[in-house]
Design a protein around this ligand. Structure first.
Ligand code: FES
Length: 106
């Protein structure tokens, strides 16, 4: 599955990852800057905040209560496109996804 990360400064990273990989895990293990993932994917830190591109929003899983709460704690402003990168996994139903990274996570 393909993940495209658009950095705030204009750089782009494209990763090809195994299905079942979360956006946070993909970024951290591949050295993609802009995602911290401090809590290790427990939806408890909000340092994996991403803005999902419009055309992929409908294919995403619902936002859980835990994720919803943490999305109110992001450093950069929450928008309708905000998700936690650790709660979005590519693979089933989401073969490709493109996100914009916030300028800062901490
Ligand atoms: Fe901590 Fe996603 S890695 S909330």
């Amino acid at each position: 599955a393909k993940i495209t990360f658009n950095h705030a400064g204009g750089d782009v990273d494209v990763l090809e990852v195994e299905p079942g990989t979360s956006l946070m895990r993909a970024a951290v293990t591949n050295g993609v800057a802009g995602i911290v993932g401090e809590c290790g994917g427990q939806a408890m830190c909000a340092t994996c905040h991403v803005y999902v591109r419009e055309e992929y929003l409908d294919a995403l899983p619902e936002i859980s209560d835990d994720e919803d709460e943490m999305l109110d704690c992001t450093v950069e402003e929450r928008t309708d496109r905000s998700r936690l990168g650790c709660q979005v996994t590519v693979g089933e139903g989401l073969d490709a996804v493109e996100v914009d990274l916030p300028e800062s996570q901490v």
